[in-house]
Design a protein around this ligand. Structure first.
Ligand code: ADP
Ligand code: MG
Length: 253
């Protein structure tokens, strides 16, 4: 991976939360580099700090110690080159598909016409053409997540962050959307160069990622990084695939 330029780094990051029981350390001493053109998965048990780490990466949450930098510059606030896809889609129920996507563009200083054009383009890209005026309640889970992807893509970020994006979907829908996300990541017409995806499914991580970061809790830390040098599309039934799943499984249990 390291022939590619470093895009983002997390240095000595720790994060604690004040709780009734006292100071709770969610993350301790996290050191990670992310590069252009890579797809990284983060796996680890529930509560080990994965979502907290992703929020620190996009700047929604400040680290208690350490820092993050983007292309060599320390990050002070929200990183406008990141956009996020959530497990539960994060759509506003009273807004239409088009309006949900336009809302994501509010901070981008576009005219209404420009925002609408961009939103329409990405609605098309994720296969939701004709559903612009629909409301979230009228959509299946898979379609809601397509809106989530379109909203993230419309921002035209360099880094796409995804927090368990396929966990709420039925298995067949998840299979299709995983393939589409890999196509989007590889599409030379899109700006996205780096994907960072949280998952608790080891197979999903091995199917999609170039590199899997394995975390554990109490407090949240990185156990190991495992490189997955397999050609894509990957065969979940192959011996090599099993090998990597087994290696990561052992690290977690
Ligand atoms: P994961 O995504 O790996 O399941 P999280 O990053 O969501 O884990 O949470 C890690 C730990 O930090 C959990 O124990 C969670 O309860 C705690 N935590 C997360 N956010 C807060 C918060 N705002 N206040 C207090 N505790 C929090
Ligand atoms: Mg989480």
């Amino acid at each position: 991976m390291n022939e590619f330029e470093k895009i983002l780094s997390v240095e000595n990051v720790g994060r604690s939360f004040k709780t009734k029981a006292g100071n709770f350390i969610a993350l301790e001493n996290i050191n990670l580099d992310f590069f252009e053109e890579e797809f990284v998965a983060i796996v680890g048990p529930s509560g080990c700090g994965k979502s907290t780490l992703l929020k620190i990466i996009n700047g929604m949450l400040k680290p208690s110690t350490g820092k993050t930098s983007f292309r060599g510059k320390a990050l002070g606030g929200i990183n406008l080159e990141c956009s996020m896809v959530y497990q539960n889609f994060g759509l506003l129920p009273w807004l239409s598909v088009l309006e949900n996507i336009e809302l994501g563009l509010l901070s981008r200083e576009l005219s209404n016409a420009q925002a609408q054009k961009k939103a329409a383009h990405y609605i098309d890209k994720v296969g939701l053409d004709g559903h612009e005026e629909a409301y979230p309640r009228e959509l299946s889970g898979g379609m809601k997540q397509r809106v989530g992807f379109a909203r993230a893509l419309a921002i035209e970020p360099e880094i796409l962050l995804m927090d368990e994006p396929f966990s709420s979907l039925d298995p067949l829908t998840a299979i299709n959307l995983r393939e589409e996300i890999l196509d989007i990541w590889e599409d030379p017409n899109l700006r996205i160069t780096t994907v960072i995806m949280i998952t608790h499914q080891i197979e999903e991580a091995v199917e999609m990622a170039d590199r899997v970061i394995v975390m554990d809790g109490s407090p949240g830390h990185v156990v190991k990084e495992v490189k997955i040098p397999l050609e894509r599309p990957r065969n979940r039934k192959s011996k090599e695939f099993d090998h990597y799943v087994g290696e990561i499984f052992e690290l977690i249990t």
